[in-house]
Design a protein around this ligand. Structure first.
Ligand code: 6GU
Length: 245
């Protein structure tokens, strides 16, 4: 996977991508990230990337030319997704992340300041993506969310093969609770079943906790889970909880 990020603040992207778990995937060259600064493409003698809005008003608007030229400079592979980050976009979620993880290249355009010239959105094939109903000062955090979520879905992207698939949302349920030593911390005890060594009971307990948590914390996801097909084990748990109808 090749990520190309068009940004006026390349160091934000580079710093995050070289750190921690996600940094490992980059070091192992399972994924690569390349930043492109539109300022380097500005044909203005002061390397300007924004200008005052037509029609007047406060703030500055990012100009077409540096962004179009930066975009054109990133060689597009055939199997490529191009994203522009904006609060007006389609909400990013795990399903979108899964679809993106099948691409060979993802080009991200990050804005700042007041906004973009509307014609930047018209770059052919661009999809508009938001990471939630709030306003950020720029698209970099949004691009990093997508890079992070997609990287961990790529086989070999994060050490343990199965853990990405097992994680929250991959099957419409939140994660079950985890514990490690000590067994008793300030009077808070680890549930007995986890110390029992009975793997079948442990699996059942974990699934049950995941179901109960999802019902309590995310009724919207719980609804979705209830609508889908259930395994034999899930059916048994739902019956036990009087949730089977
Ligand atoms: Cl993608 N960009 C900005 N600037 N703000 C946001 C966002 C994106 N998603 C949520 N808020």
């Amino acid at each position: 996977m090749k990520f190309d990020v068009i940004t006026l603040f390349p160091e934000i992207i580079e710093n995050y991508c070289s750190a921690s778990v996600i940094g490992r995937a980059f070091k192992q060259e399972i994924v690569s990230v390349n930043t492109v600064n539109p300022r380097d493409f500005s044909t203005d003698k002061h390397k300007k990337v924004d200008d005052t809005p037509y029609g007047g008003g406060a703030g500055m608007v990012l100009m077409c030319q540096p962004f179009y030229d930066a975009y054109d400079s990133v060689k597009k592979l055939e199997n490529c997704a191009s994203i522009i980050f904006t609060p007006q976009g389609k909400p990013f979620n795990q399903e979108m992340g899964k679809n993106l993880s099948t691409k060979d290249q993802i080009i991200s355009i990050c804005g700042h300041y007041e906004g973009y010239d509307e014609r930047i959105r018209q770059i052919p094939g661009l999809i508009e993506v938001s990471i939630g109903d709030f306003v950020l000062t720029g698209g970099e955090l949004a691009a990093l969310c997508v890079i992070d979520a997609v990287t961990r879905l790529i086989p070999g992207g994060i050490g343990k093969e199965e853990s990405a698939e097992e994680d929250s949302f991959s099957e419409d349920l939140l994660e079950y609770p985890h514990y490690t030593r000590p067994n008793d911390f300030r009077g808070m005890k680890v549930p007995d079943v986890l110390l029992s060594g009975n793997h079948q009971e442990i699996a059942k307990w974990r699934k049950k906790q995941a179901i109960l948590r999802t019902q309590a914390k995310r009724p919207d996801l719980f609804e979705k889970f209830m609508q889908r097909e259930h395994t034999k084990e899930e059916k048994a748990i739902l019956k036990e909880l009087n949730l089977w109808i």
